[in-house]
Design a protein around this ligand. Sequence first.
Ligand SMILES: Nc1ncnc2c1ncn2[C@@H]1O[C@H](COP(=O)(O)OP(=O)(O)OP(=O)(O)O)[C@@H](O)[C@H]1O
Length: 271
Amino acid sequence: MTIPQSIHTGTLTTTGNVLLKVDNIALGYGEGAAEKRIVDALSFDVGLGEFISIVGPSGVGKTTLLRGLSGLLKPKVGQVVVGGHVVSGPHPDIAVVFQDYSRSLMPWMSTRENVAFPLQGRGAGKAERNKEAEAALEAVGLGGQGDKYPWEMSGGMQQRVAIARALAYNAKVLLMDEPFASVDAQTRFDLEDLVIDLREKLGVTIILVTHDVDEAIYLADKVIVIAEKPATVVDVIETGFGTHRDQVATKADPRFQDARARILTRLRHND
Ligand SMILES: Nc1ncnc2c1ncn2[C@@H]1O[C@H](COP(=O)(O)OP(=O)(O)OP(=O)(O)O)[C@@H](O)[C@H]1O
C-alpha cells in the first residue's frame, strides 16, 4: 500500500463533513418479547477525520454499540450511515481493532501474512499484497519485521500489527474496542501517540471505546459519554486540543482537567 497523505473517500460521500451518522439506534440481543435491549435512542455524528472516544460505566453497552457501528449487530430501530451508505453488515470502509490482539492475529501466519490477509479479496496479486503489508507495518513502526510471527513479538508490537492490518485494508473508519487495555502503561502511552500520529498523517476517522477517562480525553476531539439502561448519550464534550498532543502538557491543560471533572461527575451520577 502507498500510505495516503489524505484519506480517499472513494465512493463515500460526506454531508456537511459528517462521514458517519448514528441515527436514533436501538440495539439488543434476542428477538421480540425475549429481547434484551442494551442501547436505545442513541444518536451522534462523526466528522471526516474526527477522533471520537466513547466512555461509559462497565457493562453499559460500549462493545455492543461498536458491534452496531461495525455492522456485526443489526439495529432493531434506526440506522448507521457511513459515507451516505446504510451499514447493513461488515463494511469495506470500516475496520475494527479489538483489545485481544492474541485472538485477532493468526499465530501460524507471519506478521506480513496477517496484515496482507484481508487484502486477498481485493484482487491484488501476492507481491502487491506483501508490498502493501510492508508499507503498513512501516507506518506503525514495524518496518522490516514482516517475517516475524506474532508470538515472537511483545503485546504492544502485536497490537501495532493489528493496527497495520486495519490500515493496509485502507478502511476509512477505524473502530477500536479497548485496544490498549492489555499492555503496560508505557506501551499504552506509545500506542496512544502512534494512533494520534496515524490520524494526523492519514486523516483516518477513529472511534475508540475505552474505560480510561484520561485516555478518552487525551486522544479525542470529542468524548461521548453513554450511560443509563438502556444506554444512550448523556454528554458530549469537545476537547478543543487540535491534532497535536503531548502526554505531559496536554494532561496538564486546564481544558483536560475540566473535561475530566465533568466526565467523572457524569459517570458517578449515572452509576
Ligand atoms: N451476545 C450477547 N447476548 C446477550 N447479552 C449480551 C451479549 N453480549 C453482551 N451482552 C450483554 O449486553 C450488556 C452490555 O455488554 P457490553 O459488553 O456491550 O458492555 P460494555 O460496556 O462493553 O462492558 P465492559 O465495560 O465490561 O467492557 C451486558 O449486560 C452483557 O451481558
